[in-house]
Design a protein around this ligand. Structure first.
Ligand SMILES: Cc1cc2nc3c(=O)[nH]c(=O)nc-3n(C[C@H](O)[C@H](O)[C@H](O)COP(=O)(O)O)c2cc1C
Length: 221
């Protein structure tokens, strides 16, 4: 069993959050959800089940800023969560948060978790956005930058969006990019940009957990 942080951002694909949460819990993992405020427009937190003793499973920006004023020894939640988690999966990852991750902006709970992340632990990113947003040179620029910060060994001089997942896998195996799929998007456009299926994301996590369990062990039985 692993401790998984599920980051959720403001893509329409966030409507899949309850299904993804259930799939991960169904694999036996302990899952906490960190949602941006726009993400909460797309799903009902009650669909994740009752509030647990940690105050979860859903956490939002207000949880970082609890109480009237910080008191010495109060937990710093994004660091506490970073220490708690074996794996961070951000699904869906919208264009805005991709840009923030890339540039190091840390203006909410989720971006602070990513900025403070220990990158010896895996991160799975599942982008979801309109086709033209995905195909924009901005997306490629951000993915290239994100990879170059984490790559082991020399990167190819140039690579394109279609090759992104494979290049990430080869050069930054702990930074997993699950590419978006082509279909009719919620906005009516047809093309690449929809978040990968929940089953694909769940299988990515299952594979990681089974490999890690056998090679390193997961100490949260
Ligand atoms: C109905 C609706 C659907 C949206 N879907 C997406 C999307 O699929 N991908 C995306 O990158 N942005 C999408 N956006 C825009 C983001 O919600 C917006 O950029 C927001 O500021 C993201 O904030 P966050 O990254 O902090 O969650 C959508 C906005 C609305 C109103």
């Amino acid at each position: 069993m692993a401790r998984i942080l599920l980051g959720v951002t403001g893509s329409v694909a966030a409507i899949r959050t309850p299904a993804l949460f259930e799939a991960l819990v169904g694999q036996g993992h302990e899952v906490r959800v960190v949602a941006t405020e726009p993400a909460l427009h797309f799903f009902d937190p009650c669909a994740l089940g009752p509030v647990d003793p940690s105050g979860g499973p859903l956490f939002r920006d207000a949880d970082e800023w609890a109480g009237d004023r910080y008191q010495r020894d109060d937990p710093v939640l994004h660091i506490a969560f970073r220490q708690w988690a074996d794996l961070l999966i951000v699904a869906p990852l919208d264009a805005n948060t991709l840009a923030k991750f890339t540039l190091g902006l840390s203006d909410n709970f989720l971006t602070c978790v990513f900025r403070a992340w220990d990158f010896t632990r895996p991160v799975i990113l599942a982008p979801a956005m309109n086709t033209l947003m995905w195909q924009s040179p901005v997306t490629l620029r951000h993915l290239r930058l994100l990879l170059s910060d984490r790559a082991e060994g020399a990167l190819p001089d140039s690579w394109e969006l279609d090759a992104a997942a494979e290049i990430f896998a080869r050069h930054a195996p702990r930074l997993v990019l699950v590419p978006p799929q082509a279909k009719r998007l919620a906005c009516g456009d047809v093309g690449v940009g929809a978040m990968a299926e929940v089953a694909v994301l769940a299988e990515t996590v299952r594979l990681w957990a089974s490999t890690t369990e056998s090679t390193e062990g997961l100490g949260h039985k």
